[in-house]
Design a protein. Structure first.
Length: 160
C-alpha cells in the first residue's frame, strides 16, 4: 500500500555520514516536531538526479527555510558512502541532508519502490517529494515513470 496524505510515516532508519562515520537516523529523529521537505531519487549520480533534482533543492534551500521548512532531505536506495560522495560532489553542505536507504527498506515501507532491473539498478525508489510535519505526510508528489515535474523543488515550494 502506498503512503498517502494524512498518513504517519512508518518507522524506518536511514544512514547518514556524521563526523566521517556512518550514523543511523530514525524517522522520528528526522521529523519529530519539524517540517521536512523530503525528496527521493532513483539513484545518486544518475543524470536527472545530478543535473536537476538535487541541485534544485540545494539552490532553493534558503527559500524552503524561509517558508518554515526545518530540514531539506534527499533519500535514495544507495549506501551511505555513495550518498556522502554525491553530496560532496554536488556541494550540498548543510543545505540538504543526504539519507541512505541502503536496502530500500523505507522505499518499501512507504510503497514507493520501483524495479530498476532493466537499467541494472535493481530495486530502487520512485522519484517523489513530500512535505512531512511532525512525522505526518502533508503533501505527496509521485512522478510518473520517466517524468521530472511534481517532485522538483519549484513545484514543492509552490505547495508551501
Amino acid at each position: 500500500m502506498t503512503i498517502k496524505v494524512g498518513d504517519k510515516l512508518p518507522e524506518a532508519t536511514f544512514t547518514v555520514m556524521k563526523d566521517g562515520k556512518p550514523s543511523p537516523v530514525s524517522i522520528a529523529d528526522l521529523t519529530s516536531g519539524k517540517k521536512v521537505a523530503l525528496f527521493a531519487v532513483p539513484g545518486a549520480f544518475t543524470p536527472t538526479c545530478s543535473a536537476r533534482h538535487l541541485p534544485g533543492y540545494k539552490d532553493k534551500a534558503a527559500e524552503f527555510r524561509a517558508k518554515g521548512v526545518d530540514t531539506v532531505a534527499c533519500v535514495s536506495v544507495n549506501d551511505v558512502f555513495v550518498m556522502d560522495a554525491w553530496g560532496k560532489q554536488q556541494q550540498v553542505g548543510d543545505d540538504v541532508v543526504m539519507l541512505a536507504d541502503g536496502n530500500g527498506a523505507f522505499a518499501k515501507a512507504v510503497g514507493l519502490e520501483m524495479d530498476g532491473s532493466g537499467f541494472g539498478m535493481g530495486s530502487r525508489s520512485k522519484r517523489y517529494s513530500m512535505i512531512v510535519e511532525d512525522g505526518v505526510v502533508k503533501q505527496l508528489n509521485v512522478e510518473a515513470p520517466g517524468e521530472f515535474k511534481v517532485s522538483a523543488a519549484d513545484f514543492m515550494l509552490g505547495q508551501l
